[in-house]
Design a protein around this ligand. Structure first.
Ligand SMILES: [Zn+2]
Length: 183
């Protein structure tokens, strides 16, 4: 599991004039959650997946499907939370529509603020704004053996993407283009 750490701050709003600096820490599953991902792929009942629990902290597991049903992520409800990378799926389970979450939380990637180190590892600044009015920033760390590495390398070096900030909608479009390019 990789640990991503970001410092978040509560944004100013009419009812909240204070400022709270806080630390957000979350873990990204590498192989620990493969059995949960496999349960989704084998169309196990959602209750079974939820009850299986986070392999790191034992909190309940949630599954979030993309609006087109072609991919999903799993995450736990722990503090800090643990999440999987995005998984493509050809045939979603019957319950997938119940797991589509309206994108009220916004995440964007700072395309120009990225670097590859000598081992090839990619680091890119990421910011977000959650529905509960918390802004956060952190960084994407992606090593060459990461399942998402080929995608991000393609985005940065080959896709022709010129957005300064890549938001989730554009990420979804880029993933679709990447899947076609890889064929
Ligand atoms: Zn967890």
């Amino acid at each position: 599991m990789r640990l991503a750490v970001g410092v978040a701050e509560r944004g100013h709003s009419a009812r909240d004039v204070g400022r709270v600096d806080m630390q957000h820490t979350y873990g990204i599953f590498e192989t620990e959650a493969d059995h949960l991902i496999e349960l989704v792929r084998r169309h196990a009942p959602f209750a079974q997946i939820r009850a299986a629990g986070c392999p790191v902290c034992a909190a309940a597991i949630s599954v979030t499907f993309a609006a087109d049903g072609r991919g999903f992520t799993t995450a736990c409800e722990g503090t800090p939370l643990h999440i999987s990378t995005y998984q493509d799926i050809a045939e979603p389970p019957s319950w997938w529509r119940e797991c589509v979450v309206e994108p009220t939380d916004l995440t964007w990637y700072w395309r120009e603020w990225h670097s590859f180190d000598v081992t090839g590892k990619l680091t890119m600044k990421v910011s977000g704004w959650q529905a509960d009015d918390i802004r956060w920033s952190g960084q994407l760390e992606c090593a060459p053996d990461d399942p998402d590495y080929a995608f991000w390398k393609w985005v940065l070096l080959q896709s022709g993407c010129t957005s300064d900030l890549i938001d989730e909608t554009e990420v979804a479009e880029l993933r679709a283009r990447f899947a076609q390019a890889a064929r």
